[in-house]
Structure formats: C-alpha cells, structure tokens
Design a binder for this molecule. Structure first.
Ligand SMILES: NC(=O)c1ccc[n+]([C@@H]2O[C@H](COP(=O)([O-])OP(=O)(O)OC[C@H]3O[C@@H](n4cnc5c(N)ncnc54)[C@H](OP(=O)(O)O)[C@@H]3O)[C@@H](O)[C@H]2O)c1
Length: 327
C-alpha cells in the first residue's frame, strides 16, 4: 500500500481507502457480518482511511466503523459527512444549530470524542457563498468536536470556491475514467493550496469493473435501479450520471486498451492514481474479495503515460459531450 499526506492534516492516508456507503444501505440488502469482515480485511491490507456519512443507512455505516474501532487496535481515520439529514435539504438548513446537532450525532454513532475529518455533504451551491457556515466549522474545531474539515461537492466550481476558505483540508469529488473534468482547474488549484482530493465513484458504481451487463438486475432499494435519472439525489452519483448503455460500450473500449495481465478495476483505479493531486480513491466494497482486488490493483500506482493519454482521448471522444459541462 502507498500513503499520501491529506492536505495539511498530518494524516498519511492509504491511496486506496474505503468508501463505506454501500455497507450502510441504498445498495440493496446489507449483511453486517460480511461488511465487518470486509472492514477487517481492509485494515489487514493497509487501508487506514474510511469515508462515511451520517445518512448512510441513517448512521448504520458509522456504527459499523465504531465497532471496527473497538475490535481492532490498528490506528485509522474516519471521514464523515453532515448536512443531508435536513429535509428539505436547503442552503438555509446549514445553520449552527443543525450542524452542531448533526456533529453530536456523528460523535455518538462513531463513539469518539472528536471527528477526524468532517465534510459538508454536497450542500447546495449557495452554501459555498455563506462564510458563516465555514465559521461554524471553525468553531467546531475550536470546541474540540472536529479535528479537521473539508467538503464533498457535486460541481468542480464548488470545489474552487471552497478552496477560498483557509481551513478547508479536503475536497471530495466524483473523479474517474468517465468524469475527468476536475483534473482541469480544480486539481491544480487544490495542489497550490495544499488541499487533499478524495476521488469518489472510482469504479463508477461498479460499472468500471466490467461485471455489469445489459441484463444485470439491481434490487429495488439499490440506487442503481432507482436513481439513474436523479429521482432521489444528484444523478451524477449513480453510474457517474453517464448513460448505462453508453457506459457498457465504453467498458468494451477499455477492454481493448488493457495491457496483458491488467484487469479493468486495476485500469480504473490506477488511472486515478496517475493524477498527483489525488490523495486517495475511496472505492466502495461489500465483500472481502472486492477490497482485496481493489487494494491489489490500485496500490500499483500510476499507469504508463501512453495509457493515461489513451483514456483521456477516449473521454474526449466518447464521454465528454454527455457529462463534461454538467458537473
Ligand atoms: N455525495 C457524496 O459525498 C458521495 C456520493 C457517493 C459516494 N460517496 C463515497 O464514495 C464512495 C465510493 O463511491 P461508490 O461506492 O458510490 O462507487 P464505486 O466505489 O465506484 O463502486 C462501488 C461498488 O462497486 C462494486 N465493486 C467494488 N469493488 C469491486 C470489485 N473489485 N469487483 C467488482 N465489483 C466491485 C461494489 O458494488 P456491488 O458489489 O453491489 O456491485 C461496490 O459497492 C462511497 O462508498 C462513499 O463513501 C460520497
């Protein structure tokens, strides 16, 4: 496993970290015994950073991570997110009172005196123009409830605005073979400001592993069946907002680009590792074989330059017109 500094936090996090959404819910049935085995396996393999949120399974994902902390001595960091418990989820709901209550609930779920990294959970764009919200985050740090904070964003411009707040340590964004725009402006600026980048949906909801087909069925409570058009939350969070059939065609193009011996998950994760601005990928995993494969694949580091160029050309030609200006 390779490790990189996360912003100015002093945390040295695994370049393949862990996305803990699916073990909470919204991806069909959860199996806690299997989820715990997967979390243990992640630690065994050198993963030391876990991304979760207060709304993943309504806190279930956070509570599994609290269990992991009890069951293991190995040090690790947990990044959680708040903001989306508000209903309706509006910029006006990002009040001191709400944020403080949400953080207190995370502390209870995670059974910890202070959050390692708090992220605002894809707030409405207006929140990035409300310095008072970032002031509340500063106060939570001063109060010792939060060690560091950052943001999770939908649109690259939200990340650019967030970088203007001096205490922001991390920006989490959808970045993968099918969503390359953050590399244009956001990444260079984040490097300049010494702010970490967490790449989410590195496998485009599983699509880039090559295991999905035209006939794959998803459970009714799996977002891959109900959120393709954004019925419940931003459609960019499901298959990166890129059409399912077109994604399957891209996967076939990727297969043809694979050097001998390389797998599709390896191609996807090493593509992300080829961008020095990215601190880590946070692939979701629900089973031990998935985390094993992802760690093995991703920790090999950057792809050869000609392959990165081929993936960038493929994006320009086959993907960019559908997604580039949307996020
Ligand atoms: N708004 C936000 O801030 C936000 C939004 C979305 C995600 N996130 C974070 O980002 C993390 C990663 O994104 P994601 O989980 O949505 O998408 P992802 O990492 O692109 O895809 C994860 C899914 O791919 C499948 N998979 C993983 N490894 C595999 C392997 N080696 N072989 C075959 N299948 C494999 C698993 O699903 P199946 O086994 O079910 O196929 C897994 O749940 C989340 O867990 C969450 O922590 C944050």
């Amino acid at each position: 496993m390779q490790y990189k500094a996360l912003g100015r936090t002093g945390y040295e996090v695994s370049t393949i970290s862990f996305g803990a959404w699916a073990i909470g819910g919204t991806w069909g049935d959860v199996n806690d015994a299997e989820s715990m085995q997967t979390l243990h396996k992640a630690l065994d393999l050198g993963v030391n950073f876990f991304d979760t949120a207060d709304v993943y399974g309504d806190g279930h994902s956070e509570r599994l991570l609290a269990r992991l902390r009890k069951e293991r001595k190995d040090p690790f960091w947990v990044a959680t997110k708040v903001g989306r418990r508000s209903s309706p989820h509006t910029a006006q709901s990002y009040t001191r009172e709400n944020l403080t209550a949400y953080v207190e609930r995370c502390l209870r779920n995670l059974d910890t005196p202070a959050l390692d990294l708090l992220q605002l959970h894809c707030p409405p764009t207006d929140v990035f123009y409300m310095p008072e919200v970032f002031g509340v985050c500063d106060d939570l740090v001063k109060a010792g409830k939060v060690r560091f904070y950052g943001v999770s964003i939908e649109r690259a411009e939200e990340g650019l605005k967030a970088l203007e707040y001096p205490q922001v340590q991390s920006v989490q964004v959808v970045f993968n073979v099918l969503r390359q725009r953050p590399a244009e402006l956001l990444f260079p600026r984040a490097v300049e400001r010494q702010v970490g980048i967490l790449a989410r949906l590195p496998l485009s909801s599983g699509m880039l592993t090559g295991k999905l087909t035209r006939t794959t069925q998803f459970a009714a409570d799996d977002h891959r069946s109900f959120n393709r058009e954004g019925a419940a939350f931003d459609k960019g969070e499901t298959f990166s907002g890129f059409d399912y059939e077109k994604s399957l065609a891209v996967v076939e193009t990727l297969r043809m680009l694979l050097p001998p011996g390389m797998t599709l998950p390896e191609l996807a994760l090493r593509f992300i590792a080829s961008f020095p601005a990215v601190t880590c990928s946070i692939p979701g995993a629900r089973r031990t074989d998935q985390i094993e494969q992802n760690v093995f694949a991703g920790s090999k580091g950057p792809l050869p330059e000609d392959l990165v160029r081929a993936l960038r050309d493929m994006y320009e030609r086959d993907v960019k017109p559908s997604v580039h200006q949307r996020w």
